[in-house]
Design a binder for this molecule. Structure first.
Ligand code: NAD
Length: 359
């Protein structure tokens, strides 16, 4: 092979995230030492209202390193909430944050990392993986703006599976499928690499195995630990690559119709994988290895259904009348994908996902 062809086939760029990770059941106990190591003295603890009691516990653990709790985080990071929390951070002269919760809480911490530039420690309690990505989002007047900036990465992440025991089995399954979707699309991303493929395969293997155990017994700490480990790997894949058709579809469905995030990913993923399976057969091989199958789309659809996840976009509240509008929005801007897709492709795929047909 001539050197140019070898470069073309094997060269890649990888920018490792500068984030320290403390992993293990009970790791939350390390938080005061991590805050001290980062030189933070006045942190604000962020959470959603539902995780408010947990946020109070973290505030107690931090003692006088903590200057307040803001349990106001909401899905899609509304700019009104961001402004309120920025004002509280200013009033209390906070020098950093701890974000304890799922993707919505991490999203709020990212907004404060952008402006006024507060560093933060993420303590994820779901499998969304936002803590491993430089992607931020904010919603103003119903319009979501997103961007990529390494400044929104946390300084440290504490992965403590004990904090995920309370995540209901159904939410665990869809949150885990959301993470699997990140790994699946990372495999055929234009900026993927063999390193990302390793993480994706192991992440999907761990998560898929753990989700069945969690659905059976939500208090299984070994399975929870495995799922969180898988979520970390899948989140790293998301942070390292550019997503394709699946994420475009889910982004439009969430933005235009307000469909629930993780559930939408769970329903849509198998249909996108069928669409891309021939064009990206080689890249998707690790997904088959992880799931021990020659048919990953069917295996994922079967897994989600066996574990009680929603089966169709119709079930999530999408009206048939919206199919055409969504298809048009999906093709309105060019998007990376291993197989080109046009309006008819988008319509056909959405039609199948709307009805929840077997892949
Ligand atoms: P979420 O943070 O909104 O959490 C969903 C609900 O579950 C909330 O009410 C929360 O309080 C609750 N919850 C979280 N952990 C819990 C636990 N351990 N026990 C009981 N309840 C718990 O949702 P999510 O699924 O974690 O994240 C989805 C959001 O994150 C979406 O808005 C998505 O856009 C965003 N996201 C962003 C990125 C990124 O890179 N920027 C990546 C993935 C997801």
């Amino acid at each position: 092979m001539d050197p140019d062809a070898v470069r073309e086939a094997f060269a890649f760029d990888h920018q490792p995230a500068p984030t320290g990770v403390s992993f293990g059941p009970g790791a939350l106990g390390e938080l005061p030492r991590i805050i001290d190591r980062l030189g933070l003295r006045r942190v604000l603890v962020l959470s959603t209202p539902g995780r408010g009691r947990l946020a109070d516990t973290v505030a107690e653990l931090l003692g006088d390193r903590c200057v307040g709790v803001c349990a106001q985080a909401r899905m899609h990071v509304p700019s009104t909430v961001v402004e309120q929390v920025r004002a509280q951070a200013r009033d209390r002269t906070a020098d950093g944050c701890v974000a304890i919760g799922g993707g919505s809480t991490t999203g709020l911490a990212k907004a404060l990392a952008l402006d006024p530039g507060l560093p933060y420690v993420a303590v994820p309690t779901s499998y969304a993986g936002s803590e491993m990505t430089p992607i931020w989002g904010m919603t103003e007047d119903g319009r979501k703006t997103t961007g990529r900036d390494p400044v929104v990465l946390p300084r440290a992440v504490v992965y403590d599976a004990e904090l995920t025991l309370s995540l209901p089995a159904g939410t665990s399954v869809t949150s885990g499928m959301n993470a699997i979707a990140h790994a699946a699309e990372a495999l055929y991303a234009p900026d993927t690499s063999p390193f990302v493929a390793l993480l994706a395969e192991e992440g999907v293997r761990r998560l898929a195995g753990a989700l069945s155990a969690i659905a059976k017994e939500p208090s299984d700490l070994v399975a929870r630990n495995d799922a969180l480990y898988g979520a970390w790997l899948c989140g790293t894949c998301l942070g390292a690559t550019t997503m394709s058709l699946h994420h475009k579809l889910c982004h439009v469905l969430g933005g235009a119709l307000d469909l629930p995030h993780a559930e939408t990913h769970t329903v849509v993923l198998p249909y996108v994988l069928v669409f891309n399976s021939e064009a990206a057969a080689r890249q998707l091989a690790p997904l088959g290895n992880a799931l021990s199958t020659s048919n990953p789309p069917a295996a994922l659809q079967d897994l989600a259904r066996r574990l009680g996840a929603p089966r169709s976009l119709r079930e999530l509240g999408m009206a048939a009348a919206d199919l055409d509008k969504v298809a048009r929005l999906v093709v309105a801007q060019p998007y990376a994908n291993p197989r080109p897709f046009g309006l008819d492709d988008a319509r056909a795929l959405l039609h199948r996902a709307h009805l929840g047909l077997d892949v």
